[in-house]
Design a protein. Structure first.
Length: 204
């Protein structure tokens, strides 16, 4: 397995603890089904990043599932967050969207789907803390621009399309500046009722 994931850890860090440049996210401890679906999405061109697609082309499903299981089982400490150099008003706007949403615009809170502690929900919804600001912003932008897709109904695409650039900046700033409080792990699926239909979660 160490040889198999060597290409992964070259960018995502030892044990998948995250790369140093803000664009390679943490893999360690993410839900196995989430990691597995992302590998499938890269391999099958539903998620656009050519180096990942190149690495995964031709690899069978079971091989990818074993890789996902390996990274899901890795438990390594989270680094302290980096405070975003933005105004207090921007951070407050991000906090409100993350924890309360905006009912008038049909935006559920991030916590409504990603768990009360934003640690994710089994089997396939990832946690949102411990991720770099640039990565969070770029991924929401990818959903919004159609560069990232998931199984229908693609709830993240629908939500991202309702977010303004200011919303995305505020969310990325607030989420990336929050400390990870241990134990930080995905919730059980039966502990939460999703406010939207989620194709990826329905694949379990």
């Amino acid at each position: 397995m160490a040889a198999r994931v060597a290409a992964c850890t070259a960018c995502h860090g030892a044990q998948g603890r995250a790369g140093a440049d803000g664009y390679y996210p943490r893999l360690a401890g993410k839900p196995q089904e989430y990691l597995y679906h992302q590998l499938l999405n890269f391999r099958d061109d539903r998620r656009q990043y050519r180096p990942m697609t190149h690495l995964l082309t031709g690899l069978p499903d079971d091989y990818l599932r074993e890789m996902a299981a390996y990274f899901s089982d890795q438990q390594v400490p989270y680094p302290p967050p980096t405070r975003a150099e933005v105004s207090a008003a921007t951070l407050q706007a991000g906090r409100k969207l993350a924890l309360d949403g905006d009912a008038a615009r049909g935006l559920p809170a991030c916590a409504a789907c990603h768990g009360a502690a934003l640690g994710g929900v089994l089997p396939a919804i990832p946690g949102l803390l411990g991720l770099p600001r640039d990565y969070i912003g770029s991924q929401i932008g990818s959903w919004k621009n159609g560069l990232r897709r998931a199984a229908e109904p693609d709830c993240m695409a629908d939500i991202s399309n309702k977010l303004t650039p200011e919303d995305i900046g505020a969310l990325a700033a607030w989420l990336s500046s929050q400390p990870v409080v241990e134990p930080y792990a995905p919730q059980a699926a039966d502990s939460i009722r999703l406010p939207v239909q989620c194709g990826s979660q329905a694949q379990r």
